[in-house]
Design a protein around this ligand. Structure first.
Ligand SMILES: [Zn+2]
Length: 160
Protein backbone atom coordinates (compact mmCIF):
# COMPACT_ATOMS: atom_id res chain seq x y z
CA UNK A 1 0.00 0.00 0.00
CA UNK A 2 1.05 3.49 -0.69
CA UNK A 3 -0.24 6.58 0.97
CA UNK A 4 -0.78 9.74 -0.99
CA UNK A 5 -1.65 13.12 0.22
CA UNK A 6 -4.10 14.26 -2.45
CA UNK A 7 -5.30 17.65 -3.47
CA UNK A 8 -8.15 18.59 -5.69
CA UNK A 9 -8.45 21.63 -7.96
CA UNK A 10 -10.14 23.45 -5.08
CA UNK A 11 -7.17 22.81 -2.89
CA UNK A 12 -8.95 20.35 -0.70
CA UNK A 13 -6.53 17.96 0.72
CA UNK A 14 -7.26 14.39 1.61
CA UNK A 15 -5.60 11.13 2.08
CA UNK A 16 -5.68 8.23 -0.29
CA UNK A 17 -4.37 4.74 -0.03
CA UNK A 18 -3.50 2.88 -3.17
CA UNK A 19 -1.98 -0.37 -4.06
CA UNK A 20 0.88 1.41 -5.74
CA UNK A 21 1.64 4.52 -7.69
CA UNK A 22 0.48 2.98 -10.97
CA UNK A 23 -2.80 2.10 -9.40
CA UNK A 24 -3.36 5.70 -8.34
CA UNK A 25 -2.43 7.01 -11.77
CA UNK A 26 -4.92 4.71 -13.47
CA UNK A 27 -7.73 5.63 -11.10
CA UNK A 28 -6.98 9.30 -11.40
CA UNK A 29 -6.85 9.10 -15.20
CA UNK A 30 -10.18 7.31 -15.19
CA UNK A 31 -11.65 10.02 -13.03
CA UNK A 32 -12.25 7.63 -10.22
CA UNK A 33 -10.35 9.57 -7.63
CA UNK A 34 -12.72 12.13 -6.31
CA UNK A 35 -12.34 14.80 -3.75
CA UNK A 36 -14.48 13.79 -0.78
CA UNK A 37 -15.30 17.44 -0.16
CA UNK A 38 -16.31 18.77 -3.56
CA UNK A 39 -16.45 15.63 -5.62
CA UNK A 40 -13.98 16.92 -8.14
CA UNK A 41 -12.10 14.29 -10.05
CA UNK A 42 -9.30 16.65 -10.81
CA UNK A 43 -7.04 15.35 -8.14
CA UNK A 44 -3.33 15.35 -7.99
CA UNK A 45 -0.81 14.18 -5.55
CA UNK A 46 0.37 16.76 -3.16
CA UNK A 47 3.99 17.14 -2.61
CA UNK A 48 4.87 15.14 0.34
CA UNK A 49 7.72 15.41 2.57
CA UNK A 50 9.32 12.08 2.93
CA UNK A 51 8.13 10.49 6.07
CA UNK A 52 11.18 10.11 8.08
CA UNK A 53 10.77 8.30 11.26
CA UNK A 54 11.89 10.71 13.82
CA UNK A 55 14.14 8.85 16.07
CA UNK A 56 15.66 10.55 18.95
CA UNK A 57 19.32 10.15 18.58
CA UNK A 58 19.88 8.59 21.87
CA UNK A 59 23.36 8.90 23.01
CA UNK A 60 24.48 5.49 23.74
CA UNK A 61 26.87 5.72 26.56
CA UNK A 62 29.46 3.31 25.50
CA UNK A 63 30.44 1.54 28.64
CA UNK A 64 34.13 0.97 28.82
CA UNK A 65 34.77 -2.59 28.06
CA UNK A 66 35.65 -4.33 31.22
CA UNK A 67 38.17 -7.01 30.59
CA UNK A 68 36.13 -10.11 30.64
CA UNK A 69 37.11 -12.14 33.59
CA UNK A 70 37.27 -15.66 32.43
CA UNK A 71 34.97 -17.66 34.60
CA UNK A 72 36.85 -20.11 36.74
CA UNK A 73 36.74 -23.44 35.12
CA UNK A 74 34.62 -25.80 37.10
CA UNK A 75 36.53 -28.24 39.24
CA UNK A 76 37.05 -31.50 37.48
CA UNK A 77 34.08 -33.62 38.18
CA UNK A 78 34.93 -36.86 39.75
CA UNK A 79 34.35 -38.84 42.86
CA UNK A 80 36.22 -37.35 45.71
CA UNK A 81 38.32 -40.02 47.21
CA UNK A 82 37.67 -40.69 50.84
CA UNK A 83 41.04 -39.30 51.90
CA UNK A 84 39.40 -36.36 53.58
CA UNK A 85 36.32 -38.27 54.49
CA UNK A 86 35.56 -39.90 57.77
CA UNK A 87 37.72 -42.86 58.71
CA UNK A 88 35.76 -46.08 58.88
CA UNK A 89 35.07 -47.24 62.43
CA UNK A 90 37.15 -50.40 62.00
CA UNK A 91 40.11 -48.33 60.91
CA UNK A 92 39.63 -45.97 63.82
CA UNK A 93 39.75 -48.88 66.24
CA UNK A 94 42.94 -50.17 64.62
CA UNK A 95 44.53 -46.74 64.69
CA UNK A 96 43.56 -46.33 68.32
CA UNK A 97 45.36 -49.58 69.17
CA UNK A 98 48.38 -48.47 67.19
CA UNK A 99 48.36 -45.14 68.95
CA UNK A 100 48.21 -46.87 72.30
CA UNK A 101 51.16 -49.07 71.30
CA UNK A 102 53.16 -46.12 70.08
CA UNK A 103 52.49 -44.11 73.20
CA UNK A 104 53.42 -47.05 75.39
CA UNK A 105 56.62 -47.99 73.62
CA UNK A 106 57.91 -44.82 72.02
CA UNK A 107 59.24 -41.51 73.18
CA UNK A 108 57.32 -38.47 72.24
CA UNK A 109 59.66 -35.96 70.64
CA UNK A 110 57.11 -33.53 69.32
CA UNK A 111 58.32 -31.22 66.64
CA UNK A 112 61.85 -32.63 66.92
CA UNK A 113 60.71 -35.79 65.25
CA UNK A 114 62.61 -35.20 62.05
CA UNK A 115 65.80 -34.23 63.88
CA UNK A 116 65.57 -37.17 66.25
CA UNK A 117 64.89 -39.55 63.40
CA UNK A 118 68.01 -38.30 61.61
CA UNK A 119 70.14 -38.57 64.73
CA UNK A 120 69.07 -42.15 65.27
CA UNK A 121 69.62 -42.86 61.61
CA UNK A 122 73.18 -41.53 61.87
CA UNK A 123 73.76 -43.36 65.08
CA UNK A 124 74.07 -40.11 67.01
CA UNK A 125 71.17 -40.99 69.17
CA UNK A 126 70.04 -44.11 70.90
CA UNK A 127 67.92 -46.16 68.61
CA UNK A 128 64.44 -46.25 69.96
CA UNK A 129 60.92 -45.78 68.98
CA UNK A 130 59.89 -42.18 68.77
CA UNK A 131 56.86 -40.40 67.66
CA UNK A 132 56.03 -36.80 67.10
CA UNK A 133 55.02 -34.32 64.52
CA UNK A 134 56.65 -33.83 61.18
CA UNK A 135 55.64 -31.66 58.32
CA UNK A 136 54.96 -33.08 54.91
CA UNK A 137 58.31 -31.77 53.68
CA UNK A 138 60.08 -33.25 56.71
CA UNK A 139 58.50 -36.60 56.08
CA UNK A 140 59.45 -36.43 52.44
CA UNK A 141 63.05 -35.55 53.28
CA UNK A 142 63.30 -38.35 55.79
CA UNK A 143 62.07 -40.82 53.23
CA UNK A 144 64.61 -39.54 50.72
CA UNK A 145 67.32 -40.01 53.33
CA UNK A 146 66.23 -43.60 53.66
CA UNK A 147 64.68 -43.23 57.08
CA UNK A 148 61.66 -45.38 57.58
CA UNK A 149 58.82 -43.51 59.10
CA UNK A 150 55.21 -44.32 59.36
CA UNK A 151 52.51 -41.77 59.25
CA UNK A 152 49.46 -42.50 61.25
CA UNK A 153 46.27 -40.63 61.33
CA UNK A 154 46.32 -39.58 64.95
CA UNK A 155 42.88 -40.63 66.04
CA UNK A 156 41.44 -39.76 69.40
CA UNK A 157 42.22 -42.22 72.12
CA UNK A 158 39.83 -45.07 72.58
CA UNK A 159 39.23 -43.98 76.16
CA UNK A 160 38.45 -40.46 75.02
ZN1 LIG B 1 -12.20 19.38 -3.60
Amino acid sequence: MIHYQLRCEQAHEFDGWYKDSTSFDKLAAAGLVECPVCGSAKVSRALMAPAIAKTRAERQEVAPQQPQATPPSPPPAGPQQAAAGPIPAQMVALLQRMRAEVEKNCDYVGNDFADEARKMHRGESELRGIYGEASDSDAEELREEGIDIARLPWVPRADG
